[in-house]
Design a protein around this ligand. Structure first.
Ligand code: DGY
Length: 327
């Protein structure tokens, strides 16, 4: 008997991905793919990773010690088709000498555009307007109906002036805002200079901003950063936007703040959990607009993410430096 041993590294791709990224992997690897829009069950996932050398995963996949143990010592590279990597236990990977790739940079514009879209749609009450048109509630032009809040002269607070925060700031500057405040772990003088942003504390930013935009990564420090205390510090007229991760918000507290009028409105592209159950009280609120995590969802961006994640995986497997590696 001749054992069926392929010289190509064995790789698991956990979802249907853009064709160009898949083709790149398939040209050099023995690819096992979960070729569906929905993820495999945990049981199927654990079975699929046994004995693989490379894993191409998505932000919805929990890559933890259990999964890494199941994959076994053959696993050398985990490559996520996302810039966020809070779903990966980085320490556990590094303990096992598993390299991790991710896809920063290429989704910055798309995510910044969506963040601005969410901000404009929320502040100009687009959800209520569309509902009114569709429900036949559009009586006539009324001077005081569906008046929202403009950006002109506003103070915008950006929590996390990283790649996406900076790109949002650049776009918002075109709306004749008065000033940009930012906060984060450390001051970012060169980025701040590009957009004339002023560094301040989280508390000060909350108190002074008309728009509070969360652009920070989910870490143990930012988990539930936006809670009852934070919402209480914001202006009653403030609008809160989150396009980073649902976990940075205490959603019960956000609901309470929106319902009781502690803040004016919220626009969310990310929630906990995802998908947000259709009976979530947030969805009943006219002043809360929720989108289904589509920040990076432009065709070209998703294709570029798939290709970069594939290139990271291939480079890692070949022992070469990855284009984008988490250190
Ligand atoms: C990411 O890549 O982390 C975004 O949340 C989805 O594009």
């Amino acid at each position: 008997l001749v054992p069926n041993v392929s010289p190509k590294p064995k790789v698991f791709v956990s979802r249907r991905i853009p064709e160009n990224g898949f083709a790149l992997l398939a040209s050099e690897c023995d690819v096992l793919s979960w070729n569906h829009e929905d993820p495999p069950s945990r049981k199927d996932y654990l079975t699929a990773v046994r004995g693989i050398q490379g894993l191409f995963c998505l932000l919805t996949d929990t890559i933890d010690a259990e999964l890494l143990n199941e994959a076994g010592p053959s696993l050398r590279v985990v490559s996520t088709m996302s810039v966020g990597y809070d779903h990966i236990d980085v320490q556990e990977c590094h303990k096992r000498n598993i390299q991790i790739g991710y896809t920063p940079g290429i989704l910055t514009s798309a995510t910044a555009e969506l963040t601005v879209t969410l901000l404009l749609a929320t502040s100009r009450r687009i959800k209520e307007g569309v509902k009114a048109v569709e429900n036949g509630e559009w009586g006539t032009w009324k001077p005081m109906w569906l008046c929202g809040q403009g950006l002109e002269g506003a103070t915008v607070g950006i929590v996390g002036l990283g790649r996406i925060g900076l790109a949002v700031a650049k776009r918002l500057k075109l709306f004749d805002i008065a000033q940009i405040l930012y906060c984060g772990r450390s001051e970012k003088p060169s980025q701040a200079l590009e957009v004339g942003a002023v560094f301040t504390s989280f508390e000060d930013l909350l108190t002074r901003s008309d728009f509070v935009i969360a652009c920070c990564a989910l870490t143990p420090e930012t988990h539930h950063l936006f809670n009852a205390t934070a919402f209480k510090q914001m202006k009653q007229t403030a609008i809160f936007i989150n396009s980073s991760r649902g976990g940075i918000v205490n959603q019960d507290d956000l609901y309470e703040a929106l319902k009781s009028g502690k803040i004016r409105a919220a626009g969310l592209d990310v929630t906990t959990p995802e998908p947000l159950p259709t009976d979530s009280p947030l969805l009943k609120l006219d002043n809360c607009l929720v989108l289904p995590h589509i920040g990076s969802a432009t065709q070209s961006t998703r294709e570029a993410m798939a290709v970069l994640a594939a290139r990271n995986l291939l480079a890692g497997l070949q022992g070469k430096p990855m284009p984008c590696q988490i250190k």
